[in-house]
Design a protein around this ligand. Structure first.
Ligand code: BGC
Length: 388
């Protein structure tokens, strides 16, 4: 995952609908290609649906994991969906590896076993009055060669759409998790438009979420071109400050030092293990983290609060609701810092009226401590302001 240094400079709302975000990374609003036309109504089906997707949780490392791991890692029981509702969440995002269950081209017929596993989660969410979003997760072929994988992508969605066409409106589809590499926003725009047309044949009123390229990055919103469909919500991912949220993560190219607190600066400077061989920009980040006061510290709300102002301005201008589909901090960080982080992030998102969805329920970034059958200490306070 790529990280960009962020400097929020200023946001000026000028007469009428014209808004400029004087922000070097994110660019001006309006700034999308001319094909991206603003929707004039702010009372679209997507706006109404967005109200059902405000406080969510990702059911991570479950249905998206390689099929051979099914049942060996995270296992979700029906009672956990009731618990999710009881905790105060209103929706669940379900990452799914459908592409592991397809038959031969050109049909790419999905095996019944994946539908039965997804049905189990979807029906239990709906039973507990949770909105639910199902996606395609880790479809690497699409990231490697979108033109080549497009046929399979369309075939998967055609089948999912047919299977769920009679389901309630609080079931939503998210087309693709974190497009990246060759799956740039520009390349994905026409593919998304085609999949949306396909889904609309059987599901004229279903809410559809789409993510921009570069891993659902906020900086890619400016390249998005959506069809005029008024039931599409844009979803972005934000793991800033990355060197805090992903400390010690083995799946990040360069494993980052642990011991990073939130907010910085730390009481005693962090001296990373010499064995880690960190890149110059990580060293520079650590230097700033060790020395700058909290308001300017890179491990502080300054890493995301300005981005959320941009999201609000972009959403208002284009008439498209924006949702933060993934954010979170790995459990290698100390728990007090994780609680400060989830609190600050959640509050900053809510200040801009943005729906959020934490990564994750019971895995490496967990909210729920399955062993002790209770939230990880501090998490219920962080997300719902509840006394513990
Ligand atoms: C990936 C997970 C990862 C998480 C945080 C998600 O999009 O699917 O595998 O743990 O991001 O890095």
């Amino acid at each position: 995952m790529k990280i960009k240094t962020f400097f929020w400079v200023a946001l000026a709302a000028v007469s009428g609908l014209t808004v400029w975000a004087a922000e070097p990374d994110l660019g001006p609003i309006p700034g999308n290609p001319p094909g991206m036309k603003p929707l004039t109504s702010h009372r679209t089906p997507a706006d109404r649906a967005a109200k059902e997707f405000l406080h969510g949780v990702n059911l991570a490392d479950y249905l998206e994991a390689s099929p051979q791991y099914f049942g060996r890692g995270v296992v979700v029981e029906a009672g956990e969906l009731a618990q999710i509702k009881k905790e105060g969440f209103d929706h669940v995002r379900v990452p799914i590896g459908w592409h592991h269950f397809t038959g031969a081209a050109p049909e790419f017929a999905l095996m019944p076993v994946i539908f039965s596993r997804v049905d189990f989660i979807v029906t239990n969410c709906l039973k507990n009055r949770l909105a639910v979003m199902i996606n395609i997760h880790h479809f690497d072929e699409l990231d490697r060669d979108p033109a080549m994988a497009k046929g399979e992508f369309l075939a998967i969605w055609r089948q999912i759409a047919a299977h769920y066409q009679k389901f309630p409106a609080t079931l939503a589809f998210e087309l693709d998790n974190e497009p990246h590499d060759q799956a740039t926003t520009a390349l994905m725009n026409p593919i998304y438009a085609q999949v949306i047309t396909e889904i609309r044949r059987t599901n004229p009123h279903r809410t559809i979420f789409v993510e921009p390229g570069n891993w659902g990055s906020i900086g890619e919103l400016k390249n998005l071109v959506l069809p005029p469909d008024d039931n599409v919500i844009v979803s972005v991912h934000c793991y800033d400050p990355f060197y805090f949220t992903h400390q010690g993560a083995s799946w990040v190219n360069e494993v980052l030092p642990t011991g990073v607190v939130f907010p910085g600066p730390p009481p005693t400077p962090l001296v990373p293990d010499a064995k880690l061989k960190l890149k110059p920009w990580v060293r520079d980040w650590i230097k700033k983290y060790n020395t700058l006061p909290t308001e300017q510290n890179p491990s502080s709300p300054a890493a995301f609060a300005g981005k959320f102002k941009y999201l609000r301005a972009w959403s208002d201008y284009y008439g498209r609701p924006v949702h933060i589909g993934e954010f979170g901090a790995y459990t290698k960080g100390d728990q007090a810092s994780r609680v400060h982080f989830y609190t600050a992030f959640r509050q900053a998102a809510e200040a801009e009226k943005l729906g959020w969805c934490i990564w994750d329920w019971s895995s490496g970034f967990r909210y729920w401590d399955k062993k002790n059958n209770r939230p990880v200490p501090g998490m219920a306070t962080a997300l719902f302001g509840r006394k513990e």
